[in-house]
Design a protein. Sequence first.
Lengths: 126, 405
Amino acid sequence: MKILVVDDEADVQPLFLQRFRKEIRNHELEFNFALSGEEALDYLKEKHSEVVLILSDINMPGMSGFDLLTRIRNDYGIPPPPVVMMITAYGDEESYQQAMDKGANDFLTKPLDFNLLKEKLKPLIV
Amino acid sequence: MFWVGTATIVVLFFAFLKDRHGVLNDFVGVAVLGSLLYYLYNEPDFKSFHSYLFSHLPLLAAAFIGACVRLINEDFYENFSSIFQIAIVGAFIWIFARVANSKRQDEALRVAAERKAELEALVNERTAELTLQKNELEQAVTELKSTQAQLIQAEKMASLGELTAGIAHEIQNPLNFVNNFSEVSMELIDEMGQELERGDIEEAMAIASDVKQNLEKIGFHGKRADGIVKGMLQHSRASTGQKELADINVLADEYFRLSYHGLRAKDKSFNATLVTNFTPGLPQVNIIQQDVGRVILNLFNNAFYAVQQRQKQSGTDYKPTVEVSTALLSGFIQIRIKDNGTGIPDEIKEKIMQPFFTTKPTGEGTGLGLSLSYDIIVKAHNGTIDIDSKENDYTQFTIKLPLTN
């Protein structure tokens, strides 16, 4: 299962790669990374049919996570639509509501609880 | 005096010769009156009576002339005696007139002196009032200076408050990494133990190298958070006025992000494209870091505010963009901050550097940001700030800092 992680902080990459070491080794999951919304869209142009899950930070310079979410929902509406989960430091009700209104599937707060994330991914892997 | 005495004696002698004891009486009278007048004139105690003494001169003259005429030709004198008597009476009238006049003059002088005393009292009163006003004004100036200092501190605290949200966000990220990397490292150590037990040394070594990398990242992000906190403390502390060498690119980048995140914390729907054009390898500049940092922060805040305002009025086609660029000119470091926001109308271009001038609604801006920036860049650092703007198009602030000062 291809997962795209969108975050302007480059250090999230080793974090994900180490946390999901086993799953990556077992070829259950494959992670790709984009440092910005624009980069993510460029990647999706090629690979959107393969990407099952997109994990995106909200607070990024340039295109925000919300803008990316809207674009994904507009451009790639044909089923099955990719699952998009927002990750953010701002865990308030307003942000949650906004995310849901724009069509996010889920909402996670930083610092990431990887165990929780693994739980949420389980139904998708099957 | 001697000649007067001699003349008097000569005249008296002739009068005596002619045996006109009437005439002698006249001359004696004139002599006595004349001497008396002369004596009184010279007495310092009678100085103020000079005009009174002078008023006796016509009498003296009339009597003297009459006596002379009588001495020379008694018959002539007898024929015209009435005229001479009228002259004498006239002289007396003159004396009385002069006395009356001088009395009137004295009265006028007295009134004048009274008025003068009144005016002097008024002047003293006015002087006392003015002195009181001066003291009050001096006090007001002292209070104003203290208020100004308070307001400047308030401005600093306000901008510090704006920074806090940005800083909280900025610290959150490195702290997350510290926590996450330590957690994952612990998992990896467990795994490493398992691999060692299993005898897979190669895999264990691979994991060990990952753990080492994680620890490096923990150190890196820890230092990052430390730097941000130090920067924040510097910003709130009163400026020591000490100039130090600093890297403008690092300073500008840090405040760029702090400003952006600060604004985002207040308005989550806000977004902007951040463009940085830092010329690499710029020489360090000798500056008071927290002051110049404050200036840069203020300009960024203004730029983001301007694009935010424009976004509210515009449609989805508008892409709010704020750009910062640095360059090395001959003898100067140049920092340019450009935004495509609401722009500055020509009419207020002159005013924006004035203290307390703001276009923000009440309570949202102290209006001191640019005037403080001007003080810091131009007065404290011998630099320049230039403004280039077109309404509803763009605004560009250019700061030049001299490399040697």
